[in-house]
Design a protein. Structure first.
Lengths: 114, 117
């Protein structure tokens, strides 16, 4: 089975600064998709950004971007100009290109310091 | 379009009891997945239902079961509750990736927080 590892249980960042959350995964597949989800305190989990493994270009969504290193099986999330509303638990997830099951990491709790 | 809804939002049960959680997916979504979320463990996949059939199953004991109805609503049941079953149970719905593509995300409900005493 695929595994997803988030080695940073907690991170903090000053408001307006940049922070990078790490994620590595293990797979023998060549076709897959990677996702970052955000779970604010007591609120629903929402998609932040996604990356198709076949695309070399890193995905970006406004202040959120990824550094996708396929050979290293690394998928980090960079948050620029951090805002108080970015404080949340962030989960990295993997999905095979042939199945509906998602595999999640254990999450990184991000604190934004005013 | 209404989001994924889960009921109840909070539950307190005692060991040995059973519990049923409900999930209503986004209209048009026929795939429903269930996850158990605990601190330090992240999201652990329980099972996925599609068109009333269990399509995938995680590594949980048989005390955990589910079903899906013809309107895509899903229920999960936990029998003989144990203290370790205390968790946030999340439901997520999605379109069928076989037709919509595997880049499609899952949409999560707010969860049911279960406390077993």
């Amino acid at each position: 089975a695929q595994t997803v590892t988030q080695s940073q249980p907690e991170m903090s960042v000053q408001e307006a600064e940049t922070v990078t959350l790490s994620c590595t995964y293990d797979t023998s597949e060549s076709d897959y998709y990677l996702f970052w989800y955000k779970q604010p305190p007591s609120r629903q989990m929402i998609l932040v950004i996604r990356q198709e493994a076949y695309k070399q270009q890193n995905a970006t969504e406004n202040r959120f971007s990824v550094n996708f290193q396929k050979a290293a099986k690394s998928f980090s999330l960079k948050i620029s100009d951090s805002q108080l509303g970015d404080a949340a638990m962030y989960f990295c997830a993997y999905r095979s290109g042939t199945g509906n099951q998602f595999y999640f990491g254990t999450g990184t709790s991000l604190t934004v310091i005013p | 379009k209404a989001g994924v809804t889960q009921t109840p939002r909070y539950l307190i049960k005692t060991r040995g009891q059973q519990v049923t959680l409900s999930c209503s997916p986004i209209s048009g979504h026929r795939s429903v997945s269930w996850y158990q979320q605990t601190p330090g463990q992240g999201l652990q996949f329980l099972f996925e239902y599609f068109s009333e059939t269990q399509r995938n199953k995680g590594n949980f004991p048989g005390r955990f079961s589910g079903r899906q109805f013809s309107n895509s609503r899903s229920e999960m049941n936990v029998s003989t509750l144990e203290l370790g079953d205390s968790a946030l149970y999340l439901c997520a719905s999605s379109l069928d990736p076989r037709t919509s593509g595997y880049q499609e995300t899952q949409y999560f409900g707010p969860g049911t927080r279960l406390l077993v005493l």
